[in-house]
Design a protein around this ligand. Structure first.
Ligand SMILES: [Zn+2]
Ligand SMILES: [Zn+2]
Length: 205
């Protein structure tokens, strides 16, 4: 039950909830990996700072916030304001500073990938598994009002989880590695929490 309350608490409270989160922190405390965050478009500094704090607390990694950039036109879908997430990942890799282990792009623009026979399927985020790059978009989260930042955090922890080698999880509906299946429904069930199976996999990685 303790995780049911997590979403209702302010961010600082969330970090101290439950022993499961604590054990994740324990594992990653000796993790000296560095994740670069590249803010793109009109993303709020406040949101970037929040994600930096959340990643440090959840995975124990170090963060480096890079200067904001404009979205690369080469990734734009012709005659739209939508960007190819797959192309964005390739572009982002080139922006990764050599001293960083991975890079996370955060944008306000709509991003898409090829899914379910739709070549332009709008998504919250995309990341390689395992890998050194992921991207998340706030575009489809704006509609959730005061839960927007909570969902942005969940999507970020999910994509970085993929980078760290975690696959999608069907063991627990609250696990943040649960597949969004292309809808927001899964996000409503997810907590800032990894199930024991995912934590085991994370330890092995
Ligand atoms: Zn995923
Ligand atoms: Zn899981």
């Amino acid at each position: 039950m303790k995780f049911i309350y997590c979403l209702l608490l302010p961010v600082i409270g969330l970090l101290s909830c439950g022993s499961d989160t604590a054990s994740t922190l324990q594992k990653t405390k000796n993790d000296s990996s560095v994740t670069a965050i590249l803010p793109l478009g009109q993303i709020d500094d406040r949101q970037v700072q929040l994600l930096s704090k959340e990643l440090a607390a959840f995975y124990g990694m170090k963060l480096l916030i890079l200067p904001k950039k404009t979205m690369p036109e080469s990734c734009l879908l012709k005659n739209t304001k939508r960007y190819s997430a797959d192309n964005m990942l390739k572009w982002l890799l080139k922006q990764k500073p050599a001293q960083c282990d991975r890079i996370l792009g955060v944008t306000t623009y709509d991003i898409y990938t090829n899914k379910n026979q739709n070549p332009h399927w709008g998504i919250f985020g995309l990341g390689y598994k395992p890998g050194k790059v992921c991207i998340i978009s706030d575009f489809r989260l704006k509609q959730f009002g005061n839960r927007r930042d909570t969902f942005l955090t969940l999507v970020t922890l999910h994509e970085i989880g993929h980078n760290l080698g975690l696959p999608h999880c069907d063991k627990h509906s609250h696990c943040l590695m649960n597949d969004a299946k292309g809808t927001a429904k899964t996000l409503f069930a997810e907590k800032k929490w990894l199930c024991s199976n995912c934590r085991k996999l994370l330890k092995k990685s």
